[in-house]
Design a protein around this ligand. Sequence first.
Ligand SMILES: Nc1ncnc2c1ncn2[C@@H]1O[C@H](COP(=O)(O)OP(=O)(O)OP(=O)(O)O)[C@@H](O)[C@H]1O
Ligand SMILES: [Mg+2]
Length: 349
Amino acid sequence: MNVLGIETSCDETGIAIYDSDAGLLAHVVYSQTAIHAPFGGVVPELASRDHVKCTLPLIMQVLKEADMTLRDLSGIAYTKGPGLVGALLVGAMLGRTLGFALNIPTIGVHHLEAHLLSPFLEDPKPSFPFLAGLFSGGHTLLIKVTGVGAYEVLGETLDDAVGEAFDKTAKLLGLPYPGGAELAALARRGQINRFYFPRPMIKKPGFDFSFSGLKTYASHVIFNHLGDDLAKADIARAFEEAVVETLVVKCKRALKETGYQHLVIAGGVSANLSLRAALMHICEQKGVSLYFPRTEWCTDNGAMIAYVGALRLLAGEREDLSVVVRARWPLEELRLGVCNLRSFPANNA
Ligand SMILES: Nc1ncnc2c1ncn2[C@@H]1O[C@H](COP(=O)(O)OP(=O)(O)OP(=O)(O)O)[C@@H](O)[C@H]1O
Ligand SMILES: [Mg+2]
């Protein structure tokens, strides 16, 4: 089954074609960063308008790359939520209309399910059950995953998402939007142990997070070192270390609690090299296998949408003709007892 994936939940237009026999055939991600950068954050109306301009041409580009026409598609998947409503509506309306016009099945995909299953685009694939850390720009979740559609949230952030904390701290450091990767690059030049940032909530029992205080702490340290440009890298380093240790402590605790032998991390912050290294270290110690997507699939992309769309379409799920999007959509509302994912091929593109 050839499934076209359309991702428009925020500020990236991601398009891909995933073949359930051959794997990923083609994909493209167009980032709106340049449009939003002057405002220091995503402007929803500008995001929607740009998706309107870009989505169809990118679909045509991806079809050409895969040497296919619209008629060769056998299914359509679009991001149904959670995300910015206007942006979601662009992909949903186009996806549903294409599905109707081509008379092929169509499915709305949960953006966070797509992030957390994105490591299945790689080989080796994780085995169920696993613990998933979804660390993105809008979410920070620790999830028990016992199958596709079987998700139990163990903990989440009580305020800012971890990616949001990276972005806000990066902005305070004068780095360009979106700042997570820029802050991480700056941190690599920073001196270890010059500053020490608090590790929020690690002493509290449970699996919840809080990152807004860390960002406020960073703002005080930055204010106290105004004019000292050399301090910036050291501050970035201390901030990153605090975030990484906080995430690692909670992952370790959740692995202990669940007894799971597999850990998956996904979402934009899972691209962070210090986080990956720290998790690799604890996983090696505990004999746990660690999985994460390649860097380009940590942030938003169409490949993960096409992949989850293929899973759900093959399991018989369909959208009806109404176009519904969900700005908020708890992951635990999802159901579906699929399926032998090992029989699904990984990336070929
Ligand atoms: N190397 C990195 N280190 C830390 N953070 C990073 C890195 N690379 C990307 N990020 C952060 O990842 C986030 C973007 O990730 P993603 O695209 O998954 O989030 P989103 O789609 O905005 O949110 P959500 O998926 O929750 O709706 C941004 O906050 C960005 O700063
Ligand atoms: Mg995302």
